[in-house]
Design a protein around this ligand. Sequence first.
Ligand SMILES: Cc1cc2nc3c(=O)[nH]c(=O)nc-3n(C[C@H](O)[C@H](O)[C@H](O)COP(=O)(O)OP(=O)(O)OC[C@H]3O[C@@H](n4cnc5c(N)ncnc54)[C@H](O)[C@@H]3O)c2cc1C
Length: 340
Amino acid sequence: MEFGLTEEQERMCEEVRRFADNEIRPHASEYDREEKFPHDVVEEAAEMGLCGATIPVEYGGAGYDAVDSVLIAEELFAADPGIGLSILAASFGTEAILEYGTEEQKERFIEPVARGEAISGAAISEPDTGSDVSSVSTSAEKDGDEWVIDGHKKITGKMGIRASDTAELILDEVRVPEENLVGSRGAGFLQQMQFFDATRTGVAAQGVGIAKGAAERALEYAEQREQFGRPIGDFQAIQHKLADMHTETEAARQLTLKSAWAVDSGGSPNTKLASMAKEFASRVAVDAANECVQIHGGSGFVDDFDAERLYRDAKITQIYEGTTEIQKMIIARELQGKGF
Ligand SMILES: Cc1cc2nc3c(=O)[nH]c(=O)nc-3n(C[C@H](O)[C@H](O)[C@H](O)COP(=O)(O)OP(=O)(O)OC[C@H]3O[C@@H](n4cnc5c(N)ncnc54)[C@H](O)[C@@H]3O)c2cc1C
């Protein structure tokens, strides 16, 4: 069993960290405050192969595997979850086309995303249907060689990840040619569940990144802030918080990397592990962000420091791509051999 990173992975992490330090951290607060989509940063990230990092080289991507993409997500989210998400989610949904799409669909829809010229999305949930994915009301009726789609997908006014863009989507008799159907007719739900195995591991990586960012910032602040004539990091209560944050982040990282390794290995479905990683890493992210604010005291409650932004940003990892309650339900059903 090998736990270390390869030299190539170490180099890749350093490169992404340098990019995050120079292009993301200095602007993160501004993009969050103004709820501005970071077009320039996303374009630069695309040039580095970070948008759609796992898109194969033959479709213009960087061809990274799932383990690499977890390492990339960790670095980007440790710098800033809002901008990190704008970069990573630029290719959200391509996973399904890569897995189930035709050659023509891959060339047509995936290549522009890899080049940073297009942004993809996955509109799964609806205002009335989130956790119960099987009950979506969006309809698709066949009319000759076309599908006619009607439905409504909406999210606005976010508490966190405000640099990332979400919009209301109204599908009003949208006509989609038969050749754009991804995968087999009638198998959409199963395909969607398999799609989540890979993407939930990605959300787990986001959680690890947020936890790492919070743990690092808390350590830095504890070393510089003085009370009672000493750095607050000298007090045992603060030391215990720092120890817990860094230990839990490492545990979440290992579980997430194992889930990514399972995705890369193929073979048996990764459903239980992906849900375990997503549930645990998102919990660690929320706890670490909370303790980061606590260690910053009053400074953690105002926007002079990153702590309050991480606190707002962390919560989404327990909600999207299946809430914590749904992950636990999946884990239990897998343990009981019932499937989802
Ligand atoms: C910022 C943001 C971005 C998003 N991006 C996307 C996107 O790109 N594409 C997309 O399709 N969707 C997206 N979503 C939607 C997201 O996936 C849903 O919000 C999420 O799945 C939860 O669904 P819901 O909000 O309808 O909550 P509900 O399903 O109504 O759940 C409400 C509460 O009930 C609990 N609950 C529900 N069912 C059960 C059960 N059986 N057992 C126990 N507890 C249960 C839930 O865990 C939760 O605590 C996004 C959401 C946000 C906030």
